[in-house]
Unconditional design. Sequence first.
Lengths: 113, 114
Amino acid sequence: KNQVEQSPQSLIILEGKNCTLQCNYTVSPFSNLRWYKQDTGRGPVSLTIMTFSENTKSNGRYTATLDADTKQSSLHITASQLSDSASYICVVSARSKSYIPTFGRGTSLIVHP
Amino acid sequence: DAGITQSPRHKVTETGTPVTLRCHQTENHRYMYWYRQDPGHGLRLIHYSYGVKDTDKGEVSDGYSVSRSKTEDFLLTLESATSSQTSVYFCAISEGTGGVQPQHFGDGTRLSIL
């Protein structure tokens, strides 16, 4: 069964600090991995998308990495801001007829001033 | 922001009543999806559509039906609502599947079934 596991479940950091969120997956055959940000009461918003041949992708202060051999990804947030407080969701799609994605449970990040 | 509107945004209803949630898009995207989000679970796919009148089941489709008579509208129906269907429901759209086309999500419908 395809699975996506994220860690930590929750994280509290001070404004201005960096942090790294982890994602491990067993989805096969792999097609692509996406990181989403979900603010409270809103729908998820795409941050980055990586295919098999990509091992790093940046979007402003967000940098995602992918190791397809170990089936791990990380999302690094640099110089955190209060607005980074949200849930970060790792989503992996398998190569199939419909490419239905498998969602992780998310990491809840709280940034304190 | 992608043009996705979910209605209603909040609904409280009683067990056994029928409920219909609507997703409307202005992006002319081919693919539309319904998910539910519950504590302790990732988003789970209920049904999806790959074109007008073309739909397929997702991971948690029991108790739900869908219809898509126009490109812009995707309806989710709970024929006889149960308390286990209390959840936040998200609609998503995408231009394609597979490659790098992201899914764009609406802001959800919070459904409570008493």
